[in-house]
Design a protein around this ligand. Structure first.
Ligand code: AMP
Length: 279
């Protein structure tokens, strides 16, 4: 496994590959877990080589505390990747990516950026678009792998690829969960013992909401979820929405020809957790 922190070095390595070599790319912010590794495995099955980037992208954080406290475990990450199917790791510094101008470009994602995460995290998807486009430019992947854990992000990246006509195929991978149902996340290590023990409540609520939608209208399910969290001693609900998978717009009733998902964001103290479920 090769590790590069300079753009020029990773580009030279990629340019030296035999013509026609397919590259599967997995962008991450590090603090790797089995969810990330499942993307690497899938990428290796479908490509000749796998490139993983580890970069905590400052422009996608709307909250300075969250950026400072984002877990950084580079030695452990490299050891995990070494024993996985990863061929090349790219670990740039913010300066390498942004020079001295740590700013996002502005994107129009046809309104996808105005929903949910976009509504609650100011500028988040401009940051995501900026870093993903930059990394695609550097790595030139055939296919790029993203987790459905961040479902809205996948739709945003797909929209960017479509609008900018980028030569990369976006592959969506299922959410990896802990045995008790909690969606794996780099932020889970920041939960207290008590919060961690209670956290499966989030996915349990999503599953119950799934069972209700269809029998009940979305607004009734939204109200029910709100009540479930109202008196919870550890969690504060930021949003729960039932939306069309393609437009990400909230819906009220179920149309059997369309695909829907329920999306949730919850605060455990200062730690923000997200999850979603296909309905
Ligand atoms: P992150 O490092 O959190 O930015 O995530 C990097 C990639 O891994 C993104 O495409 C995420 O959606 C994906 N990912 C994170 N957690 C999971 C998970 N539990 N299951 C599947 N993919 C995940």
């Amino acid at each position: 496994m090769l590790v590069f922190s300079k753009i020029i070095s990773v580009q030279q390595e990629i340019a030296s590959l035999k013509n026609g070599t397919t590259i599967g790319f997995v962008p991450t912010m590090g603090a790797l877990h089995e969810g990330h590794l499942s993307l690497v495995e899938r990428a290796k099955k479908e490509n000749d080589i796998v490139v993983v980037s580890i970069f905590v992208n400052p422009t996608q954080f709307d909250n300075a505390d969250d950026l400072i406290n984002y877990p950084k475990t580079i030695d452990k990450d490299l050891a995990l990747l070494e024993s996985s199917y990863c061929d090349i790791v790219f670990t740039p510094t913010p300066q390498e990516i942004y020079n001295n101008d740590i700013q996002s470009q502005s994107y129009d994602f046809d309104g996808l950026e105005l929903q949910m995460e976009g509504k609650f995290r100011d500028g988040h998807f401009n940051g995501v678009g900026t870093i993903v486009e930059r990394l695609f430019e550097i790595v030139k992947p055939s296919k790029a792998y993203f987790g459905e854990k961040d479902f809205q992000q996948i739709q945003i990246v797909r929209k960017m690829v479509e609008k900018r006509n980028l030569p990369v195929k976006i592959i969506a991978c299922p959410i990896h969960r802990e045995k008790d149902g909690l969606a794996m996340s780099s932020r889970n290590v920041r939960l207290t013992k008590e919060q961690r023990a209670a956290a499966p409540f989030i996915y349990k609520t999503l599953k119950k909401a799934k069972a209700k939608f269809g029998i009940k209208n979305a607004s009734e399910v939204v109200k029910w979820v709100g009540n479930e969290f109202k008196n919870h001693p550890l969690f504060n609900l930021e949003y729960f929405e039932i939306a069309d998978e393609d437009t990400l717009l909230s819906v009220e009733t179920k149309n059997p020809t369309k695909k829907y998902r329920a999306f949730i964001a919850v605060f455990a103290g200062k730690i923000r957790l997200i999850d979603n479920i296909s309905l």
